[in-house]
Design a protein around this ligand. Structure first.
Ligand code: GDP
Length: 460
């Protein structure tokens, strides 16, 4: 990849009016360019003489025209985000103003940065690897706390460390085989295959464990797709409201494009749920058969979780049998609602022929809510939602590379099983090594890099 260090500039803050706006300039002439458009209040001070991590207060100027008051922060290479010389011009956060100042900066020797170009430079400058670069974008786009935390972990290098560890193991064994073939007197391959078999087995399992976090990773990123199902008046809306009222619920409403379904993002005990709300359809009809069964079925198709809510104060009927038949092979939590009033339902019937925990709640008083939350955590995060040591795969590219690496490792096991010679094993070992390397951005093709960084927002 060609490393360009010409000077680039972009507005780094959001596209909305705000108190402060920041324009970032990076590249070999960043400080000179900034110096041309900035006049310090103290006439003896200039940006070109300012040491790293120091700022000057003054005015942004276009020739003699004063455009704004500003503070310019100087970060000299390699101690900056991009590893290049960087100046951050902090001025007032008006969109027109920022655009105008950016134009003046461009006129004075910088080029408009492409989306993600600052982070691309951080990567090309060797400050972060590609998984870390990707985590920067994930962090910016994180829709919930878990996703944000997971991307911070990735930025800290949790995933890279894990991948490097596995690669080091693979390379070590390839190196040993090659040494033994070159120098059989000092390195013996006696019993090596058997030993390697156990080690590769463990490594394959480790890769598989990482792969299996992808499902959780996706849920962390996008929320657990949750469908609330139940007969009219069972308390679906009340439950949703109860959940929405919990914790600092972040609520967004996205009207479905083709159907009139609403998706609401709800946080339950730190777990992001994307609740697919089919409410509104059942209001006008009274039997389950007619409540747009097709629609309910459709939303069930890609649900990660179904909350089947039952009015505990009303007798069960054939509609409940029908709903139960829809729930086979799904992850379900059964909620028997309205326990604040007299109960008539037969709980043993409800739980027969279905693998699902039953929790009694009251959507009105909130009773049972804690048990529901604990069940949820247990079901999706095995009771521990500690992000401290867990690495989650949240990125499709990583998942594919891991999956390919796993296939290569399986082929190594296969070959050992068939008694193939050691030098033959190195082919698939090296393939696994390279596939894992793509996660870190080694031998990253230019077009892939462009694709990754192209998804960034402007100014990052
Ligand atoms: P939906 O049709 O399934 O969305 O049901 P709603 O949430 O609209 O609730 C139907 C009725 O049941 C409303 O009058 C609610 O106030 C009432 N309701 C919901 N949950 C409870 C509960 O836990 N206890 C009691 N006593 N009433 C409830």
């Amino acid at each position: 990849m060609i490393y360009k260090n010409d000077t680039i500039a972009a507005i780094a803050t959001g596209a909305a009016s705000a108190g402060i706006g920041i324009i970032r300039i990076s590249g070999e002439n960043a400080i000179e360019v900034a110096d041309r458009i900035f006049r310090a209040k103290n006439p003896n001070k200039r940006l070109v003489d300012t040491p790293t991590y120091q700022a000057l207060y003054g005015e942004v100027v276009d020739g003699e025209l004063v455009m704004d008051e500003a503070i310019c922060l100087v970060m000299r290479a390699p101690n900056s985000y991009t590893t290049e010389d960087v100046v951050e011009v902090q001025c007032h956060g008006g969109m027109i103003l920022l655009q105008q100042i950016l134009q003046v900066i461009l006129k004075n020797g910088a080029r408009a940065a492409e989306p993600g170009e600052f982070t691309k430079r951080a990567y090309l400058g060797g400050r972060i690897d590609i998984t870390q670069a990707e985590s920067v974008m994930d962090m910016i786009h994180a829709k919930n706390e878990l996703a944000a935390r997971s991307s911070v972990r990735q930025l800290q290098g949790a995933l890279s460390d894990k991948i490097k560890e596995i690669r080091a193991f693979v390379l070590e064994n390839v190196a040993y085989i090659e040494s033994a073939l070159d120098d059989p007197e000092n390195y013996s391959l006696d019993g090596f295959s058997k030993e390697l078999q156990d080690k590769v087995q463990n490594t394959t399992e480790e890769v598989d464990r990482l792969l299996r976090t992808a499902e959780e990773g996706k849920m962390i990123r996008e929320g657990i797709r949750t469908v609330i199902l139940g007969k009219p008046n069972a308390g679906k809306s009340s439950l949703l409201n109860l959940l929405l009222g919990e914790e600092r619920a972040i609520v967004t409403e996205i009207a479905g494009t083709t159907r009139d379904t609403l998706e609401e993002d709800v946080m339950v005990q730190g777990i992001p749920l994307k609740v697919i709300d089919t409410a509104g359809i059942h209001e006008t009809v009274d039997t389950v058969e007619r409540i747009g069964v097709e629609k309910a079925k459709k939303s069930l198709e890609d649900a990660d979780l179904v909350l089947y809510i039952i009015d505990g104060s009303r007798p069960l009927d054939e509609d409940d049998s029908y709903i139960k038949s829809l729930l086979q092979d799904r992850r379900v939590i059964i909620l028997v609602n309205k326990i604040d009033v007299e109960q008539v339902v037969d709980k043993s019937w409800i739980t027969s022929n279905i693998q699902a925990p039953l929790i009694e709640i009251s959507a009105v008083t909130g009773e049972g809510l804690t048990r529901f939350k604990d069940t949820l955590t247990e079901m999706f995060f095995h009771g521990k939602l500690s992000m401290n040591d867990q690495v989650y795969i949240t990125n499709l590219r990583h998942r594919e590379a891991l999956s390919e690496a796993k296939d290569s490792l399986m082929r190594v096991l296969d070959s050992i099983g068939q008694g193939m010679p050691e030098d033959f094993l190195t082919i698939d070992l090296m393939a696994a090594y390279e596939q894992l390397g793509t996660i870190l951005g080694e031998q990253l093709e230019d077009d892939l890099a462009d694709e990754i960084f192209g998804k960034f927002c402007m100014g990052k």
